[in-house]
Write a protein that binds this ligand. Structure first.
Ligand SMILES: [Zn+2]
Length: 352
């Protein structure tokens, strides 16, 4: 199952897995030890319609992540040389039967065939299963939806689905470098498909892509994803070929794009080429924390790299980090193994 970051979504907990059905099994891999050296195989899967990072930017990004992993987690990362490939090649790794099964969980906003009531009910199920209190949810969304009001979790879920779909729709007007919409009729924007890639033969622990992940699902959407309009930056999720039990897919789009929609979520900021590379590397560290240590999210603990950024405000997030104030083991979410990975046994069986 997935750790959807920046969406601040943890669907990994067994309670969250009930929506998906089938038998879920905990991964056998253990968190790595501090002081160890680990190798991470890297591929850059690009959509040639979209802006991409240069080789120099990728080098800065990985060097930045390497340094931050050392500082925050005390682990030496050795990234392999970056293999260049196309997004269609990595998509071909997704097991077709599984892709067919998961298709039904997608709210198809591009085709306009989504079922809004089902989306609201799905959000309500997620919030209920995670024990979300209405007053906490309302307090959380207040900075982003100032006039938010709801009498119960279901009406709050309806409010969230309205906001999510309204903001998601805006991504359809964002243009790629070729002048055509970034979101076309390909399925690459759907995070659901990236979440099941590791059930196939994926020989990488890190997939970097310039693809925009903007999507809505009937299962697993939490408050944080909804208010951002379905945007995902990074995802750490099951991979059968990874020695860590998981792989990371990481989008550079939120760091490179300067459309009005992205800037709005960034608090109006734009980044230089170097800053975009450095911030993406720092944020990649967050995902590496999920992969190597199975850390959770210490929400609101601004010194922690594992505290997800608000909306897409990476500069603000970065400037508040202080590894000395967020040591490993200092909080429940910062304890190795806090959020172990689970995979669906039936899905794995049909993927082989
Ligand atoms: Zn995360």
């Amino acid at each position: 199952m997935l750790l959807k970051c920046l969406g601040l979504v943890i669907i990994i907990l067994l309670s969250g897995c009930r929506q998906f059905g089938g038998e879920w099994q905990k991964a056998s891999s253990s968190p790595v030890k501090q002081g160890s050296t680990v190798q991470i195989r890297v591929v850059n899967a690009t959509n040639n319609r979209l802006q991409r990072m240069s080789s120099a930017q990728l080098r800065i990004m990985l060097a930045s992540a390497q340094a931050a992993v050392k500082t925050n987690f005390g682990v030496n990362i050795e990234f392999t040389d970056v293999t260049e490939t196309g997004i269609e090649q990595v998509f071909a790794i997704i097991p077709p039967p599984l892709r067919e099964i998961r298709k039904s969980s997608i709210y198809d906003f591009k085709a306009g065939t989504g079922d809004k009531q089902k989306l609201s009910k799905g959000i309500n199920t997620t919030l209920t299963e995670r024990g979300t209190k209405l007053e906490d949810g309302l307090a959380f969304v207040k900075p982003y939806i100032p006039r938010a009001q709801a009498k119960d979790l279901m009406s709050f879920s309806e409010l969230l689905s309205n906001v999510m779909l309204e903001r998601l729709e805006k991504w359809r007007s964002v243009k790629a470098e070729d002048g055509l919409p970034v979101l076309d009729n390909t399925p690459y924007n759907e995070i659901t498909y990236w979440d099941i890639m590791g059930y196939g033969n994926l020989p990488y622990e890190l997939v970097i892509t310039n693809q925009l992940f903007a999507s809505a699902e009937y299962d697993g959407v939490d408050i944080h994803t909804a208010i951002r309009g379905g945007i995902t930056v990074g995802l750490t999720t099951y991979s059968r070929e990874s020695k860590f039990g998981t792989y990371i897919v990481f989008s550079t789009f939120p760091f490179l794009d300067n459309s009005e929609s992205t800037q709005l979520l960034r608090g109006g900021e734009t980044y230089s080429e170097v800053e975009a590379a450095e911030l993406s590397g720092a944020y990649l560290t967050h995902e590496i924390g999920h992969m190597l240590f199975q850390f959770g999210h210490p929400f609101g603990q601004n010194s922690c790299v594992m505290n997800p950024a608000s909306m897409l405000q990476f500069r603000e997030w970065f400037n508040q980090l202080d590894s000395a104030s967020c040591l490993i083991g200092s909080r429940a979410e910062m304890t190795p193994g806090a959020v172990p990975e689970y995979h669906n046994v039936n899905w794995l069986r049909m993927s082989r």
